[in-house]
Design a protein around this ligand. Structure first.
Ligand SMILES: [Zn+2]
Length: 70
């Protein structure tokens, strides 16, 4: 299940929520983990930050992309 970043407009907290792509497509918005506010919106993050370097060896490269879970 993919994870999506959300930002709370109330307290500014940023958190990650795992939900199905179906739920995401239906714009299901979670409440803020911090203050419980429903004024939460999606944060579109640059998933892979270009820090000018390869060779991290971090395994996160494979985590994005394929959302095919059929
Ligand atoms: Zn909040």
């Amino acid at each position: 299940m993919p994870a999506y970043d959300y930002v709370c407009r109330e307290c500014g907290a940023r958190f990650e929520v795992r939900m199905s792509m179906a739920a995401y497509a239906e714009s299901v918005t979670p409440d803020c983990e911090q203050c419980g506010s429903s004024r939460v919106e999606r944060a579109f993050t640059a998933v892979s930050v270009l820090t000018g370097g390869r060779g991290g060896g971090a395994s996160s490269a494979a985590s994005c992309g394929s959302g095919r879970f059929t």
